[in-house]
Design a protein. Structure first.
Length: 255
């Protein structure tokens, strides 16, 4: 995502807001989408000549909402949809709420009446036939390991990228997720066929890739570099494209 630089006052207020969210149990840094949305809002205020969010008005917020309606997607073509716009509005409202609670603001320029309810799209689970097609379209065992963790074990993209090789127990057919959603841990059983794939990757491919320095991340690219969430996303999209399942524009397969 594009990084938005801010003036010192906005950067300081955003850091305070982030610390307050961490104290409430939320994630930090790039993992906190709300913080990223607030940064873009503050950057927008600066672009329209408002260098102090504490002096912003209801009209400034309306201009930001108009900007969101024509904001381009980061990935792909077109503009962001209503659910994403709703997320930005929630983030801004949360930020103003913090400023009010912290005593920075007396008036609240954002009102809940400006929010609208967005009905979530019904997500379809891919069929067994489609999963088999994805596995058969993998170019190597690393891609199969990604599918085994995502579809075979039900791990989220962030959980896959943070998984340590120490938390894969091939003899017990188990994967231990140390830091899942809301910082919860869980033990995930691995099906026999999925365990064969993971064991092959772990014993052969990963050992070869980790020939240099020691890296704890389970999934590795070349030169001992770990897979991050973005790399996992693009790896899946390459598999989907080879499988031919991406030809249906109404069906988007992702993690």
């Amino acid at each position: 995502m594009k990084s938005h630089s801010l003036n010192k006052k906005h950067e300081s207020l955003l850091n305070e807001y982030t610390d307050a969210r961490i104290a409430q149990g939320y994630n930090r840094g790039q993992g906190d989408a709300t913080q990223v949305a607030c940064r873009e809002f503050l950057s927008f205020l600066e672009s329209i000549g408002c260098s102090d969010v504490l002096l912003s008005t209801h009209d400034d917020y309306r201009k930001f909402c108009q900007y969101l309606c024509s904001r381009a997607k980061v990935r792909g073509k077109g503009f962001i949809g209503k659910p994403y716009i709703q997320h930005f509005r929630y983030a801004v409202h949360s930020f103003y709420g913090y400023l009010s609670d912290a005593g920075y603001l007396e008036d609240f320029p954002v009102t809940r009446q400006l929010f609208f309810h967005v009905k979530s799209e019904c997500k379809q689970v891919i069929s067994k036939k489609e999963v088999s097609k994805l596995f058969s379209s993998c170019a190597n065992v690393t891609e199969k390991a990604i599918l085994a963790l995502a579809y075979g074990c039900g791990l989220r993209r962030s959980e896959i990228s943070r998984l340590s090789y120490k938390d894969y127990k091939p003899n017990l057919s188990l994967v231990i997720v140390r830091c899942g959603k809301f910082y919860k841990s869980r033990i995930v059983p691995v099906a026999k066929r999925m365990n064969i794939i993971l064991k092959e990757y772990f014993i052969n491919t990963r050992t070869r890739l980790n020939s240099g320095r020691e890296c704890e991340t389970f999934l590795l690219k070349q030169f001992d570099r770990p897979f991050n969430g973005t790399a996992i996303y693009y790896a899946l999209q390459r598999i989907v494209k080879r499988s031919g399942l991406s030809r249906n524009p109404k069906r988007r397969i992702t993690l």
